[in-house]
Unconditional design. Structure first.
Lengths: 111, 113
């Protein structure tokens, strides 16, 4: 079963704009992760946030986690055409267990 | 460091045929996962191995799917017989024991006709 629900399902922006994707989940978690998937490729790990953290940054990525609302957001600043991909949130109920993925947000960045 | 290797990259078969996928995880990674990703959806776990033992196969359709990880390194996922609804991308991932981050291979795209 799907744990997470990403919102929006699809997002189209211009280069240089910021992109925000949201994720909601259902059960208590140990950590939440964001992955990127380019068309026809495997998933690439972007960032991980643990349940006791509220915000993390990595380069142009900023992720927040609100465990009271069971939700997370991923912000990509100054988007580039190369950011065009599908983005998935995934949760782990315990460290080292399988990930439960949402359906993903498809981001299209045009130049 | 070499990533997760999978083969074949693409496979087309007729329904009721059998098919096998192979995965070679990152060297030293004790945990190996197989996920199924149907078009338009996120990956869904099929089976998780820790070394050569099964940790979680609760979502594996055991009447047609089987997997093994002999010697705790490479793994093979088999489907026999295949159904139309098995058309999907099969992703292999690995992590260190207890590791939080999973590293994914490029996947095998299966089309069942």
């Amino acid at each position: 079963s799907q744990q997470g629900e990403e919102d929006p399902q699809a997002l189209s922006i211009q280069e240089g704009e910021n992109a925000t994707m949201n994720c909601s989940y259902k059960t208590s978690i140990n950590n939440l992760q964001w992955y990127r998937q380019n068309s026809g490729r495997g998933l690439v790990h972007l960032i991980l946030i643990r349940s006791n953290e509220r915000e993390k940054h990595s380069g142009r990525l900023r992720v927040t986690l609100d465990t009271s609302k069971k939700s997370s957001s991923l912000l990509i600043t100054a988007s580039r055409a190369a950011d065009t991909a599908s983005y998935f949130c995934a949760t782990a109920v315990q460290a080292g267990t399988a990930l439960i993925f949402g359906k993903g947000t498809t981001l299209s960045v045009s130049s | 460091e070499a990533g997760v290797a999978q083969s074949p990259r693409y496979k087309i078969i007729e329904k009721r045929q059998s098919v096998a996928f192979w995965c070679n995880p990152i060297s030293g990674h004790a945990t190996l996962y197989w996920y199924q990703q149907i078009l338009g959806q996120g990956p869904k776990l099929l089976i998780q191995f820790q070394n050569n033992g099964v940790v979680d196969d609760s979502q594996l359709p055991k009447d047609r799917f089987s997997a093994e990880r002999l010697k705790g390194v490479d793994s093979t996922l088999k489907i026999q017989p295949a159904k139309l609804e098995d058309s999907a991308v099969y992703l292999c991932a690995s992590s260190s024991a207890g590791g939080e981050t999973q590293y994914f291979g490029p996947g095998t795209r299966l089309l069942v006709l």
